[in-house]
Design a protein around this ligand. Structure first.
Ligand code: KG4
Ligand code: ZN
Length: 340
């Protein structure tokens, strides 16, 4: 089974071909990602209108390249999967209309994929993981702890009540004059910093429900930064290290609560899975790996190129749905909001 995956929900234009081997495992034949970071950098965040136009300009060529690099033509596909949301509506429409058109002209089944579900299922593509597992999904737009019980069977255990974790990293970076996207910049700056110099709060620590709150932490950091301004290079490093340490402490505590809540709703987990762009953070990965080990579970975190937005995860989610006979038709809507 060969499936084309198309991703245009945010600031990455992506197309990939994924196939299923004899043993049921997935294999990525091509994975083309074009980031729009340069187009948005001057604004310190993603500008929806610029994003939609940039997707239009490159998507057809990117799909052609994904097919060519997999040594395939449209006729060799068994399905076309496209992210139909949640995301920026202009970009979602560009991808969805393209996917529908390709499905119509090639007479292949269409799968309208939930972008979050695709992040959630990536660990099955990379590691052949069995259900159920605990998912920490942390990106620029989402922060959730989810019991993944099966394809289409997701129980949300907790999530953020304000900013997403990636969003908090991005805002802190902007505040400190670092480049966009902020996550990798903050992580790099933190390497030379003292995580104990600033006593930042650990919001939600110890709370009964595995929820997150990031905006107070960001505000506390801003107050510290203003107090000691003008900032030296070392001040920025120390602020980043202190912020990252606070985030890691909070995540570890929230995951602990989610692991406790997991059993009654989903049984014994096979793994702790970290997905979404924030899962690229080394300090967070190390802390989660230690924590998972303590709970007797493996930590499964996709390789870095598959943590951020990509087409392979959309294609794989398409394969998972196609195997269950779940397809969509030309009326599938573009959904700016689409809880899962
Ligand atoms: O999943 P993703 O590529 O896009 C969506 O938001 O859907 O995630 C991007 C987010 C950004 O907020 C970025 O700052 C954050 O992930 N991020 C990181 C790191 N790399 C990316 N956050 C912390 N540490 C990192 N190394
Ligand atoms: Zn994403």
């Amino acid at each position: 089974m060969n499936v084309l995956g198309i991703e245009t929900t945010c600031d990455e234009t992506a197309a990939a071909i994924v196939t299923v081997e004899e043993d049921g495992r997935g294999a990525i034949l091509s994975n083309e990602v074009l980031s729009q970071i340069a187009e948005h950098a001057a604004y310190g965040g993603v500008v929806p209108e610029i994003a939609a136009r940039a997707h239009v300009e490159v998507l057809d060529r990117l799909i052609a390249r994904a097919l060519a690099n997999a040594g395939m033509a449209l006729a060799d596909l068994d399905g076309i999967a496209v992210a139909a949301g949640p995301g920026l509506i202009g970009g979602v429409l560009v991808g969805l209309v393209t996917g529908k058109t390709l499905a119509l002209v090639s007479r292949k089944p269409l799968v309208a994929v939930n972008h979050l579900e695709a992040h959630a299922l990536t660990a099955r593509l990379t590691d052949g993981l069995a259900f159920p597992y605990l998912l920490l999904l942390a990106s620029g737009g989402h922060t959730q702890l989810v019991a993944v019980k099966g394809v289409g069977e997701y129980v949300r255990l907790g999530g953020t009540i304000d900013d997403a974790i990636g969003e908090a990293f991005d805002k802190v970076a902007k505040l400190l004059g670092l480049a966009y996207p902020g996550g990798p910049e903050v992580e790099r700056a933190a390497e030379g910093g003292n995580p104990e110099r600033f006593a930042l709060p650990r919001p939600m620590l110890g709370r009964r429900e595995p929820n997150f709150s990031l905006s107070g932490l960001k505000t506390a950091l801003r107050i510290e930064a203003e107090r000691i301004a003008p900032l030296t290079h070392q001040d920025v490093a120390d602020l980043c290290a202190s912020f990252q340490a606070a985030v890691v402490d909070v995540v570890v505590d929230r995951v602990r609560v989610a692991l406790r809540d997991f059993g009654p709703v989903a049984g014994h987990p096979t793994a702790l899975v970290a997905a979404g762009g924030v899962a690229a953070n080394g300090a967070l990965r190390r802390a989660l790996a230690y924590q998972a080990g303590e709970a007797g579970l493996p930590l499964v975190a996709p390789p870095l190129p598959l943590c951020g937005d990509n087409g392979a995860m959309i294609a794989w989610a398409g394969i998972e749905r196609l195997r269950l006979g779940l397809t969509d038709d030309i009326t599938a809507p573009a959904r700016p909001r689409w809880p899962f």
